[in-house]
Design a protein around this ligand. Structure first.
Ligand code: ADP
Ligand code: MG
Ligand code: ZN
Length: 484
């Protein structure tokens, strides 16, 4: 029996809805949440004789995505018919790309918990249409079909099996989603289904080169659920193998309430889609000129920001990666850094620490996004400026931050109104130090006999007496002098 520990192998397939106003092959609206079948036409309903007309904006968006992940843009790609029967698919086929997708290869960089950056490969990106939706709930003896989603443009982004933990899968999805949002090609809304993910999971003994048999997980409607489902599934496979069983390749559904995956369909039931080139559409040919124009139109992307943040602000690769993760977070960090610099203290590193530890920590605990922050970038800069000036200590600053979080006030007002200004009057601190030393003769004895650990106790006493407001450096210095 092989008793090497197991490792996970994860590959993700993401369906991202392109943010066009109209569908991929007709002029119908893509707006979410409209009344059923109010955004359809003969093309959507697959009437005989209709012809698809390709939405060029959707093509541009796919090309931009390919450029952003450093993929190879295929100057000739092809649409294909993927044939299957389903009541919400009136044509009996979905128009997709198969043998010749628009983008091949590429990669996404993700930050790892150990501070390293990992490259996750992208196999391909192809364009396709979404299907309609069958409605069963609250309907007795029948199912209804809503074709509003039929023909909505999607991009399927297929990763290499390069991820080896749920955390890496989570980081990959966050990075990919933020890239699409930077590009404004997809709103990334997982609840509304405009950013969906299927996860392929297998396990193998650590060090083994050959891939294990994979299962494909569906119904993952949040990044948290993707991570939970992968964790459960890998564990299930390991237990199965340790029990002498074998993983069978199949599609499994995640049940978020029970926290388990269960069989949806096996390999035997897998479709044979009988793909063939779509006869109603010519090959999609892209000129170099068009690709170049799109390349020139790209905004600064997360990876470029990461490089610039390291250069301009002297951040570590990991810090830069975290701060550039979303456009909004990057803007917050840069606004705060610039404001701090404008007040005469050029210290982006401290801003980065405050944003990553205090701000993101608090946002995460409360399940909020950076756009919900009650402490603005300018207010955070104001707070850090007070530390830099020596008005307050770092410890008091954390208290002030907590107050800012509650009432949204600027730091200076809070510090003034609550009398939190740091005590830097050496006479005052010296008096406290002397009082403490006089009050604890046996601890002084201990210290002088070599048990220097009690030093922290004295610092604590002086801080307590000054309600945490004494300048820590001065307290340390005076205590050292007096105890010597
Ligand atoms: P399909 O079309 O059947 O879903 P693909 O070849 O397109 O098959 O692969 C889908 C995804 O599965 C890709 O993201 C790929 O990286 C991933 N994948 C393939 N083999 C494995 C494996 N053994 N373990 C984990 N993921 C895998
Ligand atoms: Mg698949
Ligand atoms: Zn239509």
């Amino acid at each position: 029996m092989d008793n090497r520990p197991f490792e996970m192998v994860i590959g993700l397939e993401v369906h991202a809805q392109l943010a066009t106003r109209s569908k991929l092959f007709c002029g119908c609206s893509t707006r979410f949440g409209a009344e059923a079948n109010t955004q359809i036409c003969p093309v959507c309903a697959a009437f005989p004789g209709v012809l698809p007309v390709l939405n060029q904006l959707a093509v541009d968006m796919a090309v931009k995505t390919g450029l952003a992940v450093r993929g190879t843009i295929q100057t000739t790609s092809e649409f294909a018919r993927k044939n299957y029967f389903y009541p919400d698919l009136p044509a009996g086929y979905q128009i997709s790309q198969f043998e010749l997708p628009i983008i091949l290869s590429g990669h996404v960089n993700i930050p790892l918990a150990n501070g390293e950056i990992k490259r996750v490969g992208i196999t391909r990106i192809h364009m396709e249409v979404d299907a309609g939706k069958s409605l069963h709930e609250g309907i007795v003896g029948a199912s209804w079909v809503d074709l509003n989603r039929t023909g909505v443009p999607l991009m399927e982004i297929v990763s290499e099996p390069d991820m080896s933990s749920p955390e890496e899968a989570g980081e990959y999805l966050k990075k990919l989603r933020s890239t699409l949002r930077y590009l404004e090609v997809c709103d990334g809304n997982m609840e509304e289904g405009s950013f969906r993910c299927d996860a392929n999971v297998s396990v193998r003994p650590r060090g083994e080169k050959k891939l294990g048999t994979r299962c494909e997980l569906k119904n993952l409607n949040s990044i948290r659920n993707v991570m939970r489902a992968i964790t459960y599934e890998a564990q299930r496979q390991v237990e199965l193998i340790l029990d002498g069983g074998q993983v069978v390749q199949e599609t499994r559904l995640w049940d978020p309430n029970q926290g388990i995956t269960r069989t949806m369909r096996g390999k035997e039931e897998a479709h044979d889609y009988r793909y063939f080139p779509e006869p109603d559409l010519p090959p999609l040919v892209l000129t170099q000129d068009r690709i170049q124009k799109l390349a020139d139109s790209l905004p600064e992307l997360p990876d470029q920001k990461v490089v610039r943040f390291q250069k301009d602000y002297e951040l570590s690769p990991y810090d830069a990666e975290v701060l550039a993760a979303s456009r909004e977070l990057a803007e917050y960090f840069e606004t705060a850094s610039r404001a701090l610099a404008a007040s005469g203290h050029n210290d982006a590193k401290t801003v980065a620490n405050w944003v990553m530890v205090e701000l993101l920590g608090r946002l995460n605990r409360e399940g909020l996004e950076i756009t919900d922050t009650p402490v603005s970038a300018l207010h955070l800069a104001g707070l850090i400026a007070l530390i830099k000036k020596g008005t307050i200590s770092g410890k008091i600053a954390k208290e002030v931050f907590a107050i800012q979080w509650q009432n949204g006030q600027d730091a200076e007002t809070i510090v003034r109104e609550r009398g939190l200004v740091q005590v830097t009057d050496s006479g005052l601190i010296e008096a406290e130090v002397e009082r403490v030393i006089a009050a604890y003769p046996s601890e002084v004895e201990q210290y002088r006999s070599g048990k220097t650990k009690v030093f922290a106790f004295f610092v604590g006493q002086v801080m307590k007496a000054t309600k945490g407001k004494a300048n820590p450096a001065m307290v340390n210095k005076l205590l050292e002098d007096k105890l010597a």
